[in-house]
Design a protein around this ligand. Structure first.
Ligand code: HEC
Length: 148
């Protein structure tokens, strides 16, 4: 003898109802825990920002070559500072100082990268300018990129 069908249906309906309540509850909890200034980056925004970083980093490494070829240290340092500042502006768009973004890799390493930029800026502005930190910056990209 099989059980009456209506009971099974009601049971199933109950399960579905409970499940959707739980799922709905989780969704609103998640919304509630995202702070207002959470930064959402589209793939295009992130990729655009990264290509800008890459261009400034390329310029910086050309400047290091100029320096090695004997260019005037003060004037090379001045131009390098503008490149470092441009990179710093890009990092602002990537959510520096925000409670989080939709990219775990950014959240984990962006503030390190910003610290490296600031160290480079400070030492380039020293008298006489020092280039060690600026030279190391090229390696700072690899905090996020070495695993690929
Ligand atoms: C704080 C982490 C972080 C740092 C530092 C960082 N990147 Fe990225 N980069 C990412 C993430 C996240 C992506 C996009 C996701 C992916 O491709 O894994 C990305 C993607 C890229 C891409 C591919 C963009 C595309 O069109 O898909 C390039 C090029 C790039 N980065 C260059 C650089 C350069 C050059 C530096 C150093 C100046 C740098 N990145 C530093 C996190 C970082």
């Amino acid at each position: 003898m099989s059980r009456p069908r209506p009971r099974t249906l009601r049971y199933l309906a109950g399960v579905v109802l409970v499940c959707s309540l739980v799922a709905g509850g989780c969704a609103s909890l998640r919304l509630g825990t995202y702070p207002r200034d959470f930064v959402y980056l589209t793939e295009g925004e992130l990729s655009g920002a990264m290509h800008e970083l890459a261009a400034h980093m390329g310029a910086l490494s050309n400047l290091l070559d100029d320096l090695a070829a004997g260019a005037d240290a003060e004037s090379v340092a001045d131009v390098m500072v503008t490149e470092v500042d441009s990179m710093r502006k890009v990092t602002d768009r990537l959510g520096v100082g925000s409670p989080g973004t939709n990219h775990l890799l950014l959240d984990a390493h962006l503030s390190e990268f910003v610290d490296d930029l600031e160290d480079a800026r400070r030492t380039l502005n020293a008298t006489p300018p020092r280039f060690y930190q600026a030279g190391r910056l090229v390696g700072s990209c690899s905090a996020c990129h070495r695993f690929r």
